[in-house]
Design a protein around this ligand. Structure first.
Ligand code: AOF
Ligand code: ZN
Length: 354
């Protein structure tokens, strides 16, 4: 299963919107075939592993990071392929929460007399497939906010200067985070202030994440760097046809989203839209205001915070503009899941208690 998980990691950037499943087929204590799902429309992990078998898989044990599918999607059902190959045993780390599958793949195997086990390295598999699992079971992507701040939690001076707070090693690390993301999300405030590209440049990447801008009043300037390259998705509540046409002429895809009271974008609806688009993992890089609104909307799963060894002082800008709390019991609680040094900086990964 550890090998299957390592194989799964190889499809992480490209399998989207599908989960990057890994599969190992073993017989008599030896691996006879292995594979992973590289791209939607191409063979699933099981089909790839069966095709790679150097000898008959009859009676073999099949290790899978996710339940085999039972439906005809872009490819035929893997459960049927495993039955036809007459394998002896299937060990799946997790059930597939896709409503089209949801236990039916494992049931098909059992009905054909194949031994089925689940739960082996389930935690590691849930970690590997967390974007897909979030999208299927909660109807929204796995959403993380990435920020870089001074040791005293400030992301920019009061005058807006913010380049550079984190070191070069952190900036490269961020690009690895972008590379594994299906989409990058930011707000119009950040575009107007920093004019980011939000592309992957400092690490190799098989495909660029889709760039998404929340721009409630369609203020995105025609000259914004984010309009260059692959077309960004602009989410708005504005009905300004002229601005819309201007952005579309620059290649952007402009989509209307519902507003909440006060004319602001409904962020829960944004999360649902991103899931409907098939984005499994979304990384947010934006300023304190949208960060705070996303946290308050309850759509954030994780924060990744780079802390640089400098102090910017209280007049500088904070990280998350949250409404004032009246007592500590109201404070959002997180669990720190990872802390590491990245060059001279510190990277903290923390998850919201759900
Ligand atoms: C598997 N093995 O390697 C993967 C699975 O449209 P399709 O045919 O590509 O099917 C996509 C669905 O199949 C996806 O939503 C998920 O439920 C499952 N992914 N299943 O047996 C694989 N990637
Ligand atoms: Zn399949």
């Amino acid at each position: 299963m550890a090998r299957a998980l390592a194989l799964a990691a190889r499809g992480r950037e490209t399998a989207t919107p599908n989960p990057s499943v890994g599969c190992v087929i073993a017989k008599g204590g030896r691996v006879i075939g292995e594979g992973f799902h590289a791209r939607a429309g191409e063979p699933h992990a099981e089909a790839a592993a069966l095709a790679a078998c150097g000898e008959s898989p009859e009676g073999a044990s099949v290790y899978l990071t996710l339940e085999p599918c039972s439906h005809h999607g872009r490819t035929p059902p893997c459960a049927d392929a495993l039955v036809a190959a007459r394998v002896g045993r299937v060990v799946a780390a997790l059930e597939d929460p896709n409503p089209l599958v949801k236990g039916r793949g494992l049931a098909k195997l059992r009905e054909a007399g194949i031994r089925v086990e689940t739960g082996l390295m389930a935690e590691a598999a849930a970690e590997a497939h967390r974007g897909f699992l979030a999208r299927m079971s909660r109807g929204r992507p796995w959403m993380r906010i990435k920020s870089a701040a001074s040791l005293d939690g400030r992301i920019a001076l009061a005058n807006g200067e913010s380049r550079w707070i984190s070191g070069e090693a952190s900036r490269r690390d961020v690009h690895a985070l972008r590379a594994r993301s299906c989409a990058m999300l930011t707000g119009i405030g950040t575009v107007l202030r920093d004019d980011p590209e939000l592309t992957v440049r400092h690490v190799p990447c098989a495909r660029q994440p889709r760039r998404v801008v929340i721009d409630s009043r369609l203020e995105l300037p025609d000259t914004a760097k984010i309009l260059a390259g692959e077309p960004p998705l602009v989410l708005t509540v504005s009905e300004d046809r002229e601005r819309r046409a201007a952005l579309e002429a620059r290649g952007a895809e402009v989509v209307m989203v519902p507003a909440v009271a006060g004319g602001k974008t409904d962020l829960a609806a944004v999360a649902r839209l991103l899931a409907d688009r098939g984005f499994n993992e979304v990384t947010v890089e934006t300023g304190a205001k949208l960060n705070g609104s996303l946290l308050a909307a309850g759509v954030i799963d994780e924060i990744v915070l780079y802390l640089a060894p400098m102090l910017l002082g209280d007049p500088a800008q904070g990280l998350y503009a949250l409404p004032e709390l009246r007592n500590l019991a109201e404070a959002p609680r997180l669990r720190i899941v990872d802390v590491r040094a990245v060059g001279p900086d510190l990277r903290i990964t923390a998850r919201l208690e759900s």
